[in-house]
Design a protein around this ligand. Structure first.
Ligand code: PLP
Length: 466
């Protein structure tokens, strides 16, 4: 309880103090409400809260902690080395060695032909920056009328106003309408419940994109943006041929293809970039999160020689800049992160353990609450069903299961995973990319416990779970 200036007693949220929590019902945590989990320490692939509870981080701190939590000393040394030499300098018409070296290393690991890097501070900034690079490209090529974008329903591309226009989750957007960018949203590649074969799904989704382009006028479309595996909706993998199809359509109509790899970049699918796994080189790639394994915040947009070319024309200015982007300390951490990835064989670890992880997760299908298991690499979702009709959870069931029951059940099971219903209702995991079989087992075992309890909570038979 606090006394305000007027002397009136007001309830203050004691646990979160003055902090407004992001994408949270802040009112849930006021005095007498839910306990706020306060994470204070990380070790290996586990984190510990202020009450001493240990959790296995099955979500890599929102898809960020690719190398886990035990490289603090090495990272701190990299930061100290940089800070004592040069704490800060911008990339506004000048440069510093850490950013130059990082850009070179990043262009070495990027797909062939993608060799320019624009630094940002995070995912939303990367997406906004990609849009600006795309617009400048079309303007420079005498096509200023290309001002529309195509994105996919339910996809999350960030929250700043440009990125939010591309995001396809209506309830995140409506309050902030009108959108800054004119976007047409097309269907994603979720196959569960589609009733279509993989081939049919691919053909249908590509046909819709082509029809949208035709309906809008091909000369008005600037870019298509998609995640290699869409997160919101629950790890929606593309059907075979989908990404090559996107590439072909984009090329045919002079549209730029942007892969939003804020999650899939830096190893999540067992490749530096997820688009590589699906056989395509996009024109631009947006990244963040794993670029530093979140030891410090950073993002980057990668683009091809073709996209960057107009920016090198005489007297043309890149009309975009962000003070802190490419910060020397963050660049030093990103360089160290790349070194650790190579030294510890992080990509190989994901590749070698993917099949085992998949098999363990597939076994969860025997639980009555599990309708689908999908994903790839170290990026997986289980879709909930309620055992009736098409199995889709109704609004009240989502509310009581995802927001009522699951937070406590996950906490008790010592598992950090994501219960999400921006699309269908799912439980998602994305383990740190250095996880060994023991950690993956721990995650899936805890998931099973939570799913069994969820089934009981929903009144579904648990016989199969025994
Ligand atoms: N794009 C994708 C695919 C994301 O998953 C996210 C965030 O999770 C973003 C963009 C926005 O990133 P940020 O939260 O760093 O702004």
């Amino acid at each position: 309880m606090h006394t305000s200036d007027e002397g009136v007693l007001t309830l203050m949220p004691v646990d979160q103090g003055s902090t407004l929590l992001h994408f949270a019902r802040n009112g849930d945590f006021v005095e007498g409400g839910a306990n706020l989990t306060v994470i204070e320490r990380g070790e290996g692939m586990h984190v510990f809260d202020t009450e001493g509870r240990r959790y296995v981080d099955g979500l890599s701190s929102l898809f960020c902690a690719q190398i886990g939590y035990s490289h603090g000393e090495e990272m701190a040394a990299a930061v100290a080395g940089q800070m004592t030499k040069l704490a800060f300098s911008t990339l506004w018409g000048s440069a510093h060695p850490a950013a130059l070296e990082l850009a070179e290393k990043l262009s070495d690991i990027a797909p062939a032909g993608i060799d320019r890097v624009f630094f940002t501070n995070g995912g939303s900034e990367s997406v906004e920056s990609a849009w600006k690079l795309v617009r400048q490209y079309h303007d420079a090529n005498g096509e200023p009328q290309r001002r529309k974008a195509i994105a996919r329903r339910n996809a999350y591309h960030g929250v700043t106003l440009g990125a939010l226009s591309l995001t396809g989750v209506p309830r995140f957007k409506e309050t902030f309408d009108p959108p800054a960018i004119d976007v047409r949203h097309v269907e994603h590649t979720g196959s569960f419940r589609s009733g279509l074969s993989e081939q049919e799904l691919c053909a249908a989704r590509l046909a819709e994109i082509e029809e949208t382009i035709q309906a809008e006028g091909p000369e008005t479309i600037a870019m298509i943006i998609a995640e290699p595996v869409q997160n919101a909706g629950g790890c929606l993998t593309p059907p075979d041929g989908y990404w090559p199809g996107l590439r072909e359509i984009a090329d045919r109509y002079g549209i730029l293809l942007v892969a939003d790899e804020v999650i899939t970049g830096f190893g999540r699918l067992g490749e530096w970039f997820g688009s590589t796994r699906f056989g395509v080189v996009p024109d631009l790639i947006t990244t963040a999160k794993g670029i530093t394994s979140a030891y410090l915040p950073m993002g980057a947009v990668f683009c091809s020689e073709k996209v960057a070319a107009p920016l090198y024309e005489d007297k043309r200015t890149l009309l975009h800049g962000i003070t802190f982007a490419g910060h020397p300390a963050c660049a030093a951490v990103a360089l160290k992160n790349l070194e650790i990835f190579q030294r510890e064989g992080v990509l190989e670890n994901v590749r070698n353990r993917e099949a085992g992880l998949k098999a363990r997760l597939e076994a969860l299908r025997e639980l009555p609450i599990v309708g689908d298991v999908r994903g790839c690499g170290f990026f997986w979702a289980v879709e909930f069903v309620n055992g009736r009709g098409d199995g889709r959870l109704g609004a009240e069931e989502r509310e009581s299961l995802l927001r009522g029951f699951l937070p406590g059940a996950l906490r008790e099971a010592g598992l950090i995973a994501r219960a999400d219903d921006r699309g269908e209702a799912v439980l998602q995991i994305a383990p740190p990319l250095v996880a060994d079989d023991a950690v993956l087992d721990e995650i899936v075992d805890a998931m099973r416990t939570v799913l069994v309890r969820s089934g009981e909570f929903m009144g579904l038979s648990t016989a199969a779970a025994a």
